[in-house]
Design a binder for this molecule. Structure first.
Ligand SMILES: [Zn+2]
Ligand SMILES: [Zn+2]
Length: 262
């Protein structure tokens, strides 16, 4: 499997060209997208065929994680005759949120096949998705992605937005790659139970035996170098802060983005 970072930004990035949360997992021509925040559609459509996605997996219903489903729906509906459709696994209530954003009843109908997401596992194409609840909104999930054909191979674990690192521990097996939000950077944590800081991520990664840590979702004005140092204070493995466009092989030897190993 390969990870393609389409959107590494937090809720309001200020680096031009940076999209909010969107991470594509690829394998043998199949792809799924984990979250699809603002600005992500262009990065997605510029790199692969969005209509061919085996699914979109939404971590929680904050707009920086789902709002470019609006663009995806328009694309599927207006660029294809007949329209195409993509499966979307999301916390309960997504369809109503999209109706509210757009002012259209049944906005997603026919283009986004929305299914409620719960704790447990489901399959999208060749990928097996395992979910646990995490502390953030009332209905937030972290995600483990592996291949149905290789269930024991190292997986990707994506934190989504997560206010307590301990919530992620049951999902991570030794050797997994951890793609983890570090919104509060080097800390301190200004609001409890909302996002993680570097110290919390470092402690978690060491405890669960992650093979490497990819940091993302860093909020505005949080220092990247100090954030990396905070993670490394607790974790001796490889750590990098990802950027839009990065591609990383999941499993096998460590393969962090060459330009930002920090
Ligand atoms: Zn977020
Ligand atoms: Zn959030």
């Amino acid at each position: 499997m390969e990870l393609l970072v389409v959107g590494s930004g937090a809720a309001y990035p200020n680096r031009p060209g940076t999209a909010s949360s969107a991470y594509v997992v690829l394998h043998d021509g199949a792809a799924i997208c984990l979250d699809i925040g603002q600005g992500a559609f262009a990065g997605l459509a510029g790199r692969l065929e969005p209509a061919d996605l085996a699914g979109v997996v939404v971590s929680h219903l904050h707009p920086d994680h789902f709002v470019d489903l609006v663009a995806l729906r328009h694309y599927l509906r207006f660029e294809f005759h007949p329209p195409r459709a993509v499966r979307v696994m999301a916390p309960s209530g997504l369809a109503q949120r999209l109706d509210g954003v757009t002012g259209e009843v049944d906005f997603a109908a026919g283009s986004l096949v929305i299914e409620d997401r719960e704790v447990g596992t489901f399959q999208l194409g060749p990928f097996v998705i395992e979910s646990v609840r995490v502390t953030h909104t009332d209905d937030s999930f972290a995600t483990r992605v592996t291949l149905a054909a290789a269930p024991d191979a190292p997986a990707l674990v994506y934190s989504g937005d997560c206010g307590r690192a301990a919530d992620l521990a049951p999902l991570v097996r030794p050797g997994d790659m951890l793609l983890c939000e570090v919104a509060f950077g080097p800390g301190p944590v200004p609001v409890p139970d909302l996002h993680l800081d570097g110290a919390a991520v470092g402690r978690l990664a060491a405890e669960v035996g992650a093979s490497q840590v990819l940091l993302t979702h860093l909020q505005l004005n949080r220092d990247p170098a100090a954030t990396l140092a905070a993670v490394r204070a607790g974790y001796g493995g490889q750590v990098a802060l990802v950027s839009d466009g990065d591609r990383v092989t999941i499993g096998g030897s460590p393969s962090l983005p060459a330009d930002n190993c920090g």
